[in-house]
Each structure stands twice: as structure tokens, then as C-alpha cells.
Design a protein around this ligand. Structure first.
Ligand SMILES: Cc1cc2nc3c(=O)[nH]c(=O)nc-3n(C[C@H](O)[C@H](O)[C@H](O)COP(=O)(O)OP(=O)(O)OC[C@H]3O[C@@H](n4cnc5c(N)ncnc54)[C@H](O)[C@@H]3O)c2cc1C
Ligand code: FES
Length: 284
């Protein structure tokens, strides 16, 4: 892949660029990963935690996190849970289909804040993809960080994303990896049972030197913050990746407004200290 920018900078954020679906994988029922490759030359430069607007022609556009860049396939991997009109259309896309891409958008995870500190990545369910994208960036500069923990909670052993990658990841000496499932029988699972917060509770770390990146359903993120606060982690060291419906993704339409913040422009990653005042307001 050449290194020139894929997008005309003046139109980059408004005009969808055609990408082809190079590969598709069903992770588990109603959740698929798509490998998207640009039709032209060039590449997407992105920060972990940033998102793309993916346009299914004739159907609509949705925000999706970039899970990883697959160098071998020269593709960007997105993982999609089918919940509505556009995500259902993406679930049923075939290899070779073309979609439109805008972006990348948003601020992403503040990895620079974590330099010289321990990193705690906490993912629930389909919240894993934006955290998954941090791993190559962390391992590229591994000596910059202290201990790295990845805690992942899934509903059941069948609902674990990226199953083929966990074995090699678990052999990484420089990563403490823990997976927990909520529902399991002894026949299909011999790991932890419970929600991901129980993994946080059982983890040994120094609360003064940890930065936590959390993504998952909103209640899970809140309970995770409560568990971390109880352990003495500062509010400004806990980050959430938030989800709201997006339209323009450039801070113009107001669809993603969250109190005084626009998720697309000011987020989607926010420190808990920044968003805490707005989390309990039901209208937003
Ligand atoms: C920054 C950002 C990153 C995201 N990254 C990902 C990602 O990597 N993978 C992914 O699968 N999704 C991701 N999402 C969520 C995704 O954008 C929505 O699921 C999508 O917009 C739904 O659009 P739709 O047209 O399929 O559903 P719609 O037709 O708009 O909605 C249909 C129904 O589904 C409900 N619904 C909508 N969104 C969700 C949701 N997220 N969860 C549960 N129910 C919902 C609606 O309330 C409605 O009842 C992200 C969202 C944001 C803001
Ligand atoms: S999506 Fe339009 S302002 Fe954020």
C-alpha cells in the first residue's frame, strides 16, 4: 500500500470514498467483521479509538470504530453488530461489495497520557473493537508503558470476538489478559464466569499509576468507573468511548450532542471527569 493520503483534504470529511469488502467473517450470530480495502491507492491514517462513517449506498450511513489495520490483507477491519437498518445491510454485504467511507473522525484514546504508566483496557461485548485498535500502537512502543492489562467481558463463550487471536495474545508476556463470560456451562468454558467488573475487582494494580480506557454498554462503563474510583483511580485517569447517533460527524448537525459536547468532534473518547456531570441526565 502506498503512503499517500487517500483523501482529497478539502472533501475528506464530506465525500464518501469507495472501499471494497475484501473479506467477511461471521464472529457470532448478528456480528460480522469486514475487511475494507480502498479502491484507489493510498491509506487511511488513524489513531486508535477513531471512527469511520460507513455508507451503504441507498440505505444509509453509520459510525463504526476501526478495529485494526490488517497489513497482510491491506485492509481496515470493522466489526459490526446488526441492530438496525444500516448495520443489518452491512451484516448481509458480500465480499466484493462497495461501501462509502468518510473519516477517520474523533479524538481517539489518549495514549500519550499513559506514557510511563500502566494501561488498563476494559471492554464489554461489542465495545472491544476500539480498544483492540490500541494494541499494535502499544506494542510498537511497548517500553513507553508499564504493565498493560486487557480485561474483556462477553455474554457467553460463543459471543467472544476475534476467537482466533486470543491464543497468541495470551502468550504475549507483556500483556495481562483476562476474559470473563456471564453465561457458561463447565463443558464449554473453563475460564472466569461473571461480568467484566468482577475482573476489575480481582485485578492487582497501582491506582496511582494507571490509566483506564473503557468501552462497552453505558451501564457497564459506569459500573467500571465506580469500581475503579473505589480502588483509588482518579476520575481524570478513566476514559470512556461514548456512542450516540451520528449524522455529519464534523460537529455541524447536532445529532450527537451530549450536554455541551459533540461526540463526533469533542469525543467519542472522554475522561470520566469531563462527562460525569451529564451521565445521569436522562434526556441526553
Ligand atoms: C463513535 C462510534 C463508534 C461505534 N462503533 C461501532 C462498532 O465498532 N461496531 C458496531 O457494531 N457499532 C458501533 N457503533 C454503533 C453504531 O453506529 C450503531 O449501532 C448504528 O448507528 C445503528 O444504526 P442502524 O441504522 O443499524 O440502526 P437504526 O436503524 O438507527 O436503529 C434501529 C434500532 O436499534 C437501536 N440501536 C441503534 N444503535 C444501537 C446500539 N449501538 N446498540 C443497541 N441498539 C441500538 C435503535 O434504538 C433502534 O431501536 C458506534 C457508534 C459510535 C457513535
Ligand atoms: S454528528 Fe453532526 S454534530 Fe456530531
Amino acid at each position: 500500500m502506498k503512503t499517500n493520503s487517500l483523501f482529497n483534504p478539502s472533501a475528506q470529511f464530506l465525500l464518501p470514498i469507495p472501499f471494497q469488502i475484501k473479506k467477511k467473517k461471521v464472529e457470532y450470530p448478528r456480528v460480522v467483521s469486514l475487511w475494507l480495502s480502498p479502491l484507489g491507492n493510498g491509506e487511511l491514517s488513524f489513531k486508535p479509538g477513531q471512527f469511520l462513517m460507513v455508507y451503504v449506498f441507498g440505505v444509509g450511513e453509520v459510525a463504526l470504530s476501526i478495529a485494526e489495520k490488517d497489513e497482510t490483507e491491506e485492509s481496515y477491519v470493522l466489526t459490526i453488530r446488526s441492530v438496525g437498518t444500516v448495520t443489518r445491510a452491512l451484516e448481509h454485504c458480500k465480499q466484493g461489495d462497495i461501501v462509502g467511507i468518510r473519516g477517520p473522525f474523533g479524538k481517539g484514546w489518549p495514549l500519550e497520557e499513559a506514557v510511563s504508566k500502566d494501561i488498563l483496557l476494559v471492554a464489554g461485548g461489542i465495545g472491544l473493537p476500539p480498544l483492540w485498535s490500541t494494541l499494535p500502537f502499544i506494542f510498537k512502543d511497548r517500553s513507553n508503558y508499564g504493565e498493560v492489562f486487557l480485561l474483556y467481558g462477553a455474554r457467553s463463550p460463543h459471543d467472544i470476538l476475534y476467537k482466533e487471536s486470543w491464543e497468541s495474545l495470551s502468550k504475549q508476556k507483556e500483556l495481562v489478559l483476562k476474559i470473563s463470560v456471564e453465561l457458561a456451562t463447565s463443558r464449554n468454558w473453563n475460564g472466569s464466569i461473571g461480568n467484566v467488573i468482577s475482573l476489575v475487582d480481582s485485578l492487582r494494580f497501582n491506582p496511582q499509576s494507571v490509566v483506564a480506557f473503557v468501552c462497552g454498554p453505558e451501564p457497564m462503563m459506569r459500573f467500571c468507573a465506580y469500581a475503579l474510583l473505589k480502588r483509588g483511580v482518579a476520575k481524570e485517569s478513566i476514559y470512556f468511548s461514548m456512542e450516540r447517533n451520528m449524522r455529519c460527524a464534523i460537529g455541524s448537525c447536532g445529532h450527537c450532542q451530549f450536554g455541551p459536547l459533540f461526540l463526533c468532534k469533542n469525543g467519542p473518547v472522554f475522561s470520566y471527569k469531563t462527562i460525569e456531570p451529564f451521565l445521569n441526565i436522562p434526556e441526553i
